[in-house]
Design a protein around this ligand. Structure first.
Ligand code: SF4
Length: 205
């Protein structure tokens, strides 16, 4: 670790000193490639974020890829029906590591206005790990940009070693997650307990 005072002195002389970990994270956080797919109305906001008025490319996330194998950011934009959930998990499994997920909108994070519907999944985080949740119906493009910046901050703090290292650097952590199947009444299983652990509600009398 370099002394902060020395680092500041050197930077005044035009000498930038940094560690390999910071350089690695800096490069990765500014070159996220989102996958080009959308599920419902939130996808329209996602498309608007990529257009000229908001211009996602200014934030280092320019190239929407058509193949999951060339993508490292999944933006789950819209309502995830139970019929579509297996396909979303399958696409996630096919993405290259390290990979990240932004769940965009009330539907993607909880079922939203369709939460009571028999056919709508109550949050994609039941099956795949979500890094950033965006509330709202629909979230505006500014909210997606904020989520991207939040994800970039998260990536910039990742460490190579130690208990706080990200999933993709843990050899024992899974890179693929089980794909649920459509049963007669619900998805089987209805959630992946390895991914989704709902908080315990304690009722006080
Ligand atoms: S959160 Fe609202 S805008 Fe987004 S997909 Fe659901 S209903 Fe549509």
């Amino acid at each position: 670790m370099i002394d902060e005072g020395l680092r500041n002195e050197l930077s005044k002389q035009g000498v930038v000193v940094t560690g390999f970990q910071d350089l690695y994270n800096w490069g990765r956080k500014n070159s996220l490639w989102p996958m080009q797919f959308g599920l419902a109305c939130c996808a329209i906001e996602m498309i608007a974020t990529a257009m000229a008025r908001f211009d996602l490319s200014r934030f280092g996330s320019e190239v929407f890829r058509n193949s999951p194998r060339q993508s490292d950011l999944m933006i789950v934009a819209g309502t995830v029906t139970k019929k579509m959930a297996p396909q979303v998990v399958r696409l996630y499994n096919q993405m290259s590591e390290p990979k990240y997920v932004i769940a965009m909108g009330a539907c993607a994070i909880s079922g939203g206005p369709f939460k009571q519907g028999y056919n709508v999944l109550k949050g994609i985080d039941r099956f795949i790990p979500v890094d950033v949740h965006i509330p709202g119906c629909p979230p505006r493009p500014e909210a997606l940009l904020h989520a991207l910046i939040t994800l970039q901050e998260k990536i910039s703090k990742e460490t190579f070693t130690g208990p706080g290292r990200p999933r993709h650097l843990d050899p024992n952590a899974p890179s693929e997650f089980p794909i649920p199947v459509c049963g007669p009444d619900d998805l089987t299983p209805p959630s992946n307990p390895e991914v989704w652990r709902p908080p315990t509600m304690v009722r006080e009398d």
